[in-house]
Design a protein around this ligand. Structure first.
Ligand SMILES: Nc1nc2c(c(=O)[nH]1)N=C([C@H](O)[C@H](O)COP(=O)(O)OP(=O)(O)OP(=O)(O)O)CN2
Ligand SMILES: [Zn+2]
Length: 120
């Protein structure tokens, strides 16, 4: 298998529910998020130029990210689940798997030390 990844950045606020009230993440705070999309294909499925998919095709995702999540309060956008990094990774995967059938994983970083990954 061949795998490609591209990373995207946005900033947003959130507040995590179901945590003890003294947990720091129960309070309103923000992150400079990094999202990584991973796309995969078998060698015989590469496009003629030898791509899993042209990185440039992911411009749609960047536009959506800027419009939907950048400088927003995530609790207002992702209404059906707590906006943890894990839930964000699953939510983004579900929104984009139809548009990019080669999508194999979504990774979400909230801080420079943490990553959550969804790989169905
Ligand atoms: N498994 C998860 N744990 C935590 C999540 C999450 O989404 N999934 N989210 C948070 C907070 O929103 C935030 O990311 C804080 O993370 P944390 O690493 O605990 O915070 P710090 O940067 O302050 O950690 P230091 O160890 O002090 O650098 C919390 N947990
Ligand atoms: Zn947080």
């Amino acid at each position: 298998m061949l795998h490609i990844t591209k990373e995207f950045h946005f900033s947003a606020s959130h507040r995590l529910e179901h945590l003890p009230s003294d947990h720091q993440c129960a309070r309103l705070h923000g992150h400079n998020y990094i999202i990584e999309l991973k796309l995969s294909a078998a060698p015989d499925q590469l496009t003629e130029p030898g791509f899993v998919r042209d990185y440039g095709d992911l411009a749609d995702f960047k536009k959506w990210l800027d419009h939907t999540l950048d400088h927003r309060h995530l609790n207002d956008i992702i209404e059906d689940r707590n906006p943890s990094a894990e839930n964000m990774a699953m939510w983004i995967y579900d929104q984009w798997t139809e548009r990019y059938p080669e999508l194999s994983a979504v990774r979400v970083s909230e801080t420079d030390k943490t990553w959550a990954e969804y790989r169905p």
